[in-house]
Design a protein around this ligand. Structure first.
Ligand SMILES: [Zn+2]
Length: 461
């Protein structure tokens, strides 16, 4: 039934990794906890069981745009799905409640705030529950439950209460990254006693990980004031093939606008670089326009805040640049994880600076609930960036997520390993880097064996 459904409804020739085992476990009516990297195909593990069985599966998701994309994709496959979100009109919500009550859908996407706060919605779900048609709650991006996670959302931390309201309804918790502490916390919050766990590796063998010290200062070029780090980023972009697609992550909306605008005025191979900015203050139409142009390859580079992230589904992103460092190891893994989902080599450059650390620290001082957890996470990413002992970055990431790290696996896919293998001293006119290695040039022409294996196994999501 699952194999047939996967082929006929979802158009997949085969399952990836643990997908089939997870689907079977869901159908066996057990609670499931999935931690798998971006690109694993986590949505299939709840969508397929929902489609081949009776009742409604409620998916709790943090972002309206993400829900919208998922529902559209399901509808295109003739699957009855619905979203219930705060941006809907009263009339639309009224209609949605009616549809839910009549159990005409298989998948319902809802934000945690709407689910925990809306009496009408809970009433409709109660009707389903009484008729044994409320099948399961899927908590997507489950790390948002935990204060130790990197995107804490208070409404997420109340989701365990659903077990009082709807006794017997099972949970699936899904996330891309979680440390041991976050995993334990998620289980406690969602009151999962003995979930069947499917924990994949955080290791992405096809990603080249580099960190450089960020250039500071301004200079005037052709009467335009240019941040020094823009030139640093441009040098990286010019080093990539003219057709390659990438994402540049900035901390502020203003930075995304200024950098995208300046990059658009630069040339590569005689043509202007096609870059666009993306952040949370763009309206829905503007966001869709930027996203779609980038998906079609008309825009090469999206310069974005972290608003551009969850749900981004493009296989051939060849590089990621962090103009500003991420605020945690988890955020770093998720953001670089958007590169190279097709299994081919992709490059990741993070610009690190102690000044940015100070700015981030100042920003969360007032947030009494999460201040301490965020401070600790910032220290972790700071130590990873500085990497004073020059330890393999892939190994550092695996150790952070409590996996055994083996430097031999890296195959010079990080700056630390390149540096330690290089006998000649680095010749560079640039200021001192956080790490002076230059992983990438060699690796780009000879993919590692692990990467070749991944390519055979998996298709783009
Ligand atoms: Zn390494």
């Amino acid at each position: 039934m699952l194999t047939l459904g996967n082929r006929r409804i979802f158009n997949n020739d085969s399952f990836r990794g643990d997908q089939l085992r997870i689907c079977q476990t869901v159908l066996d009516d057990k609670e499931v906890f999935v931690v798998q990297h971006t690109g694993f195909g986590k949505s299939l593990t709840y969508q397929l069981p929902a489609v081949v069985s009776r009742g409604v599966t409620v998916v709790i998701s943090p972002l309206v745009s993400l829900m919208h994309d998922q529902v559209q994709a399901l509808k295109a496959k003739n699957i009855s799905a619905l979203q219930y979100t705060s941006d809907m009109s009263d009339a639309d919500r009224f209609c949605a409640i009616d549809v839910i009550r009549r159990s005409r859908i298989q998948l319902l996407y809802v934000a945690p705030e709407a689910l925990m706060g809306e009496g009408h919605l809970q009433k409709a779900l109660a009707e389903l529950w009484h008729n044994s048609l409320l099948r399961r709650f899927v908590v997507d991006e489950a790390h948002c439950c935990s204060e130790f996670g990197h995107d804490f959302r208070p409404a997420y931390s109340r989701l365990g209460e659903l077990k009082d309201t709807f006794p017997g309804v099972l949970f699936t918790a899904i996330t891309g990254t979680a440390t041991e502490r976050t995993k334990t916390d998620i289980k406690k919050i969602l009151r999962m006693k003995n979930p069947v766990e499917f924990f994949g590796t955080s290791r992405r063998a096809n990603l080249i990980l580099n960190v450089e010290e960020k250039f500071w200062g301004e200079e005037t070029v052709n009467e335009i004031v240019v941040d020094s780090c823009w030139k640093q980023i441009l040098a990286f972009v010019l080093d990539q093939p003219t057709t390659s697609t990438g994402i540049i992550y900035c901390m502020t909306k203003k930075d995304t606008e200024k950098l995208a605008n300046w990059l658009s005025q630069q040339k590569q191979g005689g043509d202007s670089i096609k870059a666009a900015h993306y952040h949370g203050e763009l309206n829905t139409a503007q966001r869709s326009q930027v996203y779609n142009a980038w998906m079609r390859g008309e825009t090469r580079i999206v310069v974005a805040t972290t608003a551009f992230g969850m749900g981004v589904d493009k296989g051939d992103v060849r590089w990621i640049v962090h103009h500003s460092m991420p605020q945690s190891m988890e955020a770093y893994v998720q953001e670089v994880g958007r590169a190279g989902r097709d299994g081919a080599i992709a490059k990741c450059l993070m610009l690190f600076s102690a000044k940015t650390v100070q700015v981030i620290r100042k920003n969360f001082q007032k947030d009494l609930v999460t201040k301490e957890a965020r401070r600790r996470k910032l220290v972790e990413i700071e130590q990873f960036s500085q990497n004073v002992k020059q330890i393999c970055r892939h190994r550092l990431l695996m150790e952070h997520f409590a996996e055994e790290g083996d430097t031999k696996l890296c195959n010079s896919m990080c700056d630390a390993c390149c540096e330690s293998r290089s006998s000649a001293p680095q010749k560079s006119t640039r200021p001192r880097r956080a790490s002076a290695g230059i992983a990438g040039k060699r690796a780009a022409s000879s993919p590692p064996r692990a990467d070749a294996r991944r390519r055979r196994k998996s298709a783009p999501a």
